[in-house]
Design a binder for this molecule. Structure first.
Ligand code: C5P
Length: 220
C-alpha cells in the first residue's frame, strides 16, 4: 500500500505523463497513467467493433474488458487480455475516439474504482497518479495535488514534435478538439482548492521534473 499519493492533473501536451513518470523514477515511487486506461478501453471498443459514440454499447462490454497496467515506471506496459497495447493506444485512431468513451459516467465510475484499487495495492512507498480528475475526483484527499499546465501554443508544439510522422496542424487541431470535449466532462484547466499549479511554459523537461519534485518535497 502506497502511503504517499501524488495526484497530477493537466491538459494534453502539458507533459504530465513523462514528467510524472520521471519524478516517480527519481523517488522510487509507483506511477499510474490513468489516460492509458481510457485509451485501452477505447482500443477494446474498436477491437470489439462497438460504436464509441454509443454509451450503452460501451457500458455493455465493460465487464469483458480485461485490463492490466503496470505501476512500476521501469517496466510500464498496458495489456488488454494477452495483448500488449502499450504502443497501439497512442495511435491517432485511439486519440480520436477516447473522449467519447471517457465521457460515459458508468465508464468513469468503473475505472475510478480500478484506479483506487491499484493505488491501494501499489507496493512502493508512494505513487504518482496522473490524469484529468485525480486531484478532484479520484484522490481529492491526496497529500500532494498538482495541476501541471503550459500555454496552449507550447503544448501544441511539444505534441507535434513527438509525432513527427504526422502533420503538425492536424495534431494541434485534434488536441484542441480533445481538450474541448474533455473539459466538458472534467475541469482540468483550473486548480481546485489546495492544488498547486506548476506552469511549465518556460521550463524545459528537467526543470519541470525538478519543480514537481520540489512541490512533493514541500508537501510531504
Ligand atoms: O492523458 P491522455 O491524453 O492519454 O488521456 C487520454 C484521454 O483519456 C483524455 O483525452 C480523456 O478523454 C481521458 N481521461 C479522462 N480522465 C482522466 C484521464 C484521461 O477522462 N483522469
Amino acid at each position: 500500500m502506497a502511503d504517499i499519493v501524488v495526484a497530477v492533473d493537466g491538459p494534453a501536451g502539458s507533459g504530465k505523463s513523462s514528467v510524472s513518470k520521471a519524478a516517480a523514477l527519481r523517488l522510487d515511487f509507483n506511477f499510474l497513467d490513468t489516460g492509458a486506461a481510457y485509451r485501452a478501453l477505447a482500443w477494446y471498443v474498436i477491437e470489439r467493433g462497438v460504436e464509441a459514440g454509443d454509451p450503452r454499447a460501451v457500458v455493455d462490454i465493460l465487464p469483458d474488458w480485461d485490463y492490466h497496467i503496470g505501476v512500476d515506471p521501469d517496466t510500464y506496459a498496458v495489456h488488454v487480455g494477452e495483448t500488449d497495447v502499450t504502443e497501439a493506444i497512442r495511435e491517432p485512431r485511439i486519440s480520436g475516439v477516447v473522449s467519447s468513451v471517457a465521457r460515459v459516467p458508468k465508464v468513469r465510475s468503473h475505472v475510478n474504482d480500478m484506479f483506487r484499487d491499484i493505488m491501494r495495492r501499489a507496493p512502493k512507498d508512494g505513487i504518482i497518479v496522473e490524469g484529468r480528475d485525480i486531484t478532484t475526483v479520484v484522490a481529492p484527499d491526496a497529500p500532494v495535488r498538482i495541476l501541471l499546465t503550459a500555454a496552449e501554443e507550447v503544448r501544441m508544439a511539444r505534441r507535434s514534435a513527438e509525432l513527427t510522422t504526422e502533420n503538425a496542424g492536424d495534431v494541434a487541431a485534434q488536441l484542441r478538439k480533445r481538450d474541448a470535449a474533455d473539459s466538458r466532462v472534467v475541469d482540468f484547466m483550473t486548480a481546485a482548492d489546495g492544488v498547486v499549479t506548476v506552469d511549465s511554459t518556460t521550463l524545459d523537461f528537467d526543470q519541470t521534473v525538478d519543480a514537481v519534485l520540489d512541490v512533493i518535497a514541500r508537501q510531504t
